[in-house]
Design a protein around this ligand. Structure first.
Ligand SMILES: Nc1nc2c(ncn2[C@@H]2O[C@H](COP(=O)(O)OP(=O)(O)OP(=O)(O)O)[C@@H](O)[C@H]2O)c(=O)[nH]1
Ligand SMILES: [Mg+2]
Length: 337
């Protein structure tokens, strides 16, 4: 099943019930006064954050949601019941945009609930209109429609580490070896078409599709997936020893990250609208050391990358010792971050 990270829905809060016109007709109340009860309110429409990144796929078929209608008022001053609220469960990190008003909200914590649409008021029953001058009112009010709207829901994953790099750098392979993930790996570019997630001792690692030069202009799979690492605390940038010029490959990706940041724009104070990808903490992982026969070249590459002021690691997934050491180092870094 494909990973879904963007959907559109139509939602409606409940309509309020109608107030009613009734008069008391009881044995010992000879002059029965008005007794039409008020109606119930329509149910509100909420979204609620759950820890399930795949839940959006549920809303691929059913895209329209309506909260419960308020109950009409009743005889004997009976107040109608309020309509049942509708609560739409969305993954943590969902950004919800009202397509009519452009108002945005985001679910950031598990269990967080946001009201998007308010139910309509219930109408008053005729008892409500009783006064000294009008003891037998025939007036009652209809319920109000609930508010309604079309919404776009986009998912931004909240991971602890985002893996970035050129296609074939070994991102998915690394994710699989560090975590419980069993994602598809291939010796060709763009094996990963949708983000993969894995759990590393309680930290979430996000593997996204490879980025290439020009991604910010839509080349390759473009930068659509970069929004998934916008919320991650840290980036792990993978560069494979198979690249003829590793530093150049690294810089290409950094350039695309910066371009993506620029596209996010500046706020009214001229500051980046949100902390960009390029300003995130980054570690560098030089992958596939096993393809190099000369260890000196590896040492040289590490030194060159260290000049960038980042922590640099080397790894070959064929070397269990290296993998074990890297796991240790990574968990220390994550605990500190
Ligand atoms: N020799 C060697 N090959 C590796 C190593 N790690 C991964 N590979 C191979 O590199 C190829 C690409 O691996 P992936 O994990 O799919 O690479 P990716 O970065 O996720 O690629 P995209 O999803 O296309 O962006 C696969 O054939 C892997 O088996 C390694 O440590 N050494
Ligand atoms: Mg991959």
């Amino acid at each position: 099943m494909a990973f879904i990270d963007e959907i559109k829905i139509y939602a409606e809060a409940g309509r309020g019930g109608d107030g009613v016109v009734r008069f008391r007709r009881e044995k010992f109340v000879p002059k029965g006064g008005p007794s039409g009860g008020d109606a119930g309110r329509g149910g509100d429409f909420y979204v609620k954050a759950v820890r399930d990144v795949n839940i959006l796929s549920r809303y691929k078929v059913k895209k329209s949601f309506i909260a419960g209608r308020g109950e009409d008022g009743g005889n004997k001053s009976l107040h109608g019941k309020n309509g049942v609220d509708f609560v739409l469960e969305l993954p943590i990190g969902s950004v919800i945009t009202n397509l009519e008003t452009d108002q945005k909200s985001q679910l950031t914590k598990e269990g967080e609930k946001i009201m998007l649409l308010e139910g309509g008021y219930g109408g008053y029953g005729n008892e409500h209109f009783k006064s000294s001058t009008n003891t037998t009112p025939y007036e009652a009010k209809e319920g109000k429609e609930g508010s309604k709207g079309n919404f776009k829901i986009e998912l931004e994953l909240f991971a602890d580490i985002g893996l970035v790099g050129l296609p074939n750098a070994g991102k998915t392979s690394l994710l699989n070896s560090l975590t419980n993930a069993r994602a598809l790996v291939g010796d060709y570019d763009f094996t990963t078409l949708d983000p993969n997630l894995g759990d590393f001792y309680g930290y979430i690692i996000a593997d996204i599709p490879g980025i290439i030069e020009g991604a910010s202009e839509g080349k390759g799979l473009g930068v659509k997936f970069l929004r998934h690492i916008k919320r991650t605390k840290m980036l792990a940038h993978l560069v494979s020893f198979e690249n003829a010029n590793m530093l150049k490959s690294y810089k290409e990706i950094r350039k695309e990250l910066a371009k993506y940041d620029n596209k996010l724009g500046l706020d009214k104070d001229g500051l980046p609208a949100q902390a960009g990808l390029s300003s995130k903490q980054e570690i560098i992982i030089l992958t596939k050391t096993d393809v190099m026969e000369n260890p000196k070249i590896i040492t040289k590459a590490v030194k060159a990358f260290e000049k960038l002021g980042r922590k640099v690691f080397t790894i070959s997934l064929f070397d269990d010792k290296m993998v074990k050491k890297f796991k240790n180092d990574l968990s220390k870094i994550l605990k500190k971050s």
